[in-house]
Design a protein around this ligand. Structure first.
Ligand code: CTP
Ligand code: MG
Length: 229
């Protein structure tokens, strides 16, 4: 049983609002993408890493002298219009997979993921077939209509904020891609594909520090967290 990793890095970072795409912004001298590649690259059980990136970023990787970017374990493919297409691009370029191998999908925008969390996701995926980390929600969440008027309050104890890495046996992802139109932009993570084909998704404990860099404030918080490590 092998571990294959897809790191979607094909986004434009529109909510971050800077010219530079957020996955190439740096934290203590290393880009978010570099940090994420390094974490997975350092795990001996990882067989290959596929990284979908925007077409016009290929030259950046190509020209970067950093050897990790050019490791034979790491390959780059063209990202797609949506995250789900980018992930599919990575998936379709994986080689030598068997049906019970584990495929991990991890956002380039979550540079603070720990090896403990990755190992927990791998173990739960082996046991349950699909496993994703999540944390409870501390805010009260409201549903609103188009005019920003509240429709309802969602029961907080039933809500979870989902993170990555998300883990799947290869056969489940393959099945989903055969059965669904994964290009549909409604799919904001791959666990949603499982929900549609009725494969149970096991939730495991996430990590509050495994935040996704979405706005500039997140980068400030990430810097502070790194200082404590
Ligand atoms: N992603 C991708 N391909 C896309 C869109 C997103 O590979 N077409 C990746 C991002 O690069 C990121 C991850 O999916 O690592 C999570 O997406 P998100 O945080 O939404 O990043 P962006 O889409 O870049 O940001 P925004 O939604 O603010 O534009
Ligand atoms: Mg996005």
């Amino acid at each position: 049983m092998k571990i294959h990793v897809i790191i979607p890095a094909g986004g434009s970072g529109s909510r971050f609002g800077q010219h530079e795409r957020k996955q190439f912004l740096t934290l203590e001298g290393r880009s978010l993408l570099y940090r994420v590649i390094q974490i997975f690259h350092d795990l001996p059980m990882v067989a290959q890493i596929l990284v979908p990136i925007p077409f016009d970023e290929f030259s950046r990787i190509h020209d970067d002298p950093e050897s990790l970017y050019h490791s034979e374990k790491v390959n780059y493919v063209m990202g797609g219009r949506s995250r789900s297409v980018s992930v599919y691009q990575g998936f379709s370029h994986l080689i030598c997979c068997e049906e019970n191998d584990v495929v991990l999908i991890h956002d380039a925008a979550r540079p603070l993921v720990t090896t403990d969390l990755i190992n927990n996701v791998i173990n739960a995926t082996k046991k349950y077939g699909v496993a994703i980390p999540a944390i409870s929600v501390s805010d009260t969440i409201k549903k609103v209509d188009d005019d920003d008027v509240v429709n309802a309050t969602v029961t907080r104890s039933q809500l979870r904020a989902v993170q990555t890495p998300q883990g799947f046996l290869h056969k489940h992802l393959l099945n989903a891609y055969e059965m669904l139109d994964f290009r549909n932009e409604k799919y904001t993570d791959e666990a949603m594909l499982m929900e549609e084909i009725n494969v149970p998704v096991k939730i495991i404990d996430g990590d509050k520090e495994n935040l996704k860099i979405t706005t500039p404030l997140d980068l400030v918080v990430a810097q502070e967290i790194l200082k404590t490590r």
